[in-house]
Design a protein around this ligand. Structure first.
Ligand code: AVI
Length: 328
């Protein structure tokens, strides 16, 4: 295991507990509105459930984005051009990557991910599909500036951040991340980013509360994870999955709601919830043309082109790291 060899970016204490996970959970459960950062969904079980979500009939984002990548290949070739180093942020299993790489004739591919073992196996799979393409996987947490491999420093770069993961961040964090990506890639780079669009509330709520209950299992898995890894006693049967549209913030929120008053322990700390109290587990912001433009401009990226799927549910935006010359 990479963690045992000291190669992992994850900090484990003497009992093998992820210290950042414990801190976030204890802090989040102590707030008046309990909240746990969505990044903790993705243990092995959570990552598998997320893969299942992407195949659900109600969950349109993955299909819509794949449709754009397939339909607009020629336009990507024209707007992006060949010879770039493609730097993918949070590459995971890199499933959408071949679609893009096939369009643009890149000079190199640099997948960045915090999960080292997974990163290297998917980089190997991609190398097998693109035998002539240099692939330089980098195990890194891209919320901080990443030093890219020396081999790609002189190449023009394209950042790739598909999936609307940017929507899982509040505006302040999203701006920080986009500015950090700009610092990682450098002046003059391009960024191709997926952003999910505002649409009918019923479609949005169904996408996050599917009939088969997979998203509910994904949400509840966080409570199971706390019980498993942090010595928790959360009564899972007393929690239900809730997904609701928050219009003021233009986002779907996921919560775990207590069906009855409960008390439980996590890492020797006691917590209680009244009936109807919730743990806020995720935000998924949905964008308009204007809000996406504002977010990108505020982060030092100028949008140059945007594409949507045929039903206009999802957008892919190409932006560049140049400052538009305009007064004042
Ligand atoms: C990863 N992220 C973009 C997904 C989303 O749509 O916000 C996570 C997700 N949560 C529930 N379903 C999917």
């Amino acid at each position: 295991m990479a963690a045992e060899q000291g190669l992992s970016l994850v900090d484990l204490d003497r009992d093998g507990v992820d210290t950042a996970f414990r801190e976030d959970v204890l802090q989040g459960l102590s707030e008046p509105q309990k909240a746990i950062p969505a990044r903790w969904f993705y243990d092995d079980e959570g990552s598998e459930l997320f893969e299942e979500i992407t195949r659900l009939p109600e969950y349109y984002p993955t299909r819509a984005e794949t449709e754009i990548l397939t339909d607009r290949c020629d336009e990507f070739r024209t707007m992006i051009g060949g010879g770039r180093a493609v730097v993918e942020f949070g590459s995971g299993s890199s499933v959408k990557t071949p679609l893009l790489l096939n369009c643009i004739d890149p000079a190199a591919y640099v997948p960045l991910d915090i999960a080292g073992d997974f990163l290297r196996s998917s980089a190997d799979a991609l190398s097998a599909k693109f035998p002539g393409l240099p692939v330089y996987p980098v195990e890194a947490d891209f919320v901080r500036k990443v030093e890219l491999p020396i081999e790609v420093t002189a190449m023009p770069k394209l950042g790739f951040f598909p999936g609307s993961t940017i929507g899982n961040m509040v505006a302040r964090t999203a701006v920080d991340l986009l500015r950090t990506m700009r610092a990682t890639l450098g002046e003059g780079s391009q960024l191709l980013i997926g952003m999910d669009l505002v649409k009918d509330q019923a479609i949005l709520e169904a996408a996050y509360d599917d009939a088969a209950g997979v998203t509910a299992r994904f949400n509840l898995n966080l409570a199971h994870r706390i019980n498993r890894e942090l010595n928790g006693t959360i009564p899972i049967d007393a929690l239900r999955h809730v997904a609701r549209w928050n219009d003021a913030y233009s986002r779907i929120e996921m919560h775990l709601e207590a069906l009855r008053p409960i008390e439980f322990e996590v890492s020797d700390h006691r917590f209680s919830m009244g009936e109807g109290d919730t743990i806020h587990t995720e935000n998924s912001h949905k964008f308009s043309r204007r809000s996406s433009t504002t977010l990108l401009l505020a982060s030092g990226w100028t949008p140059r082109q945007r594409w949507t799927d045929r039903e206009e549910r999802f957008s892919l935006i190409l932006a560049d790291a140049t400052v538009p010359r305009s007064a004042p």
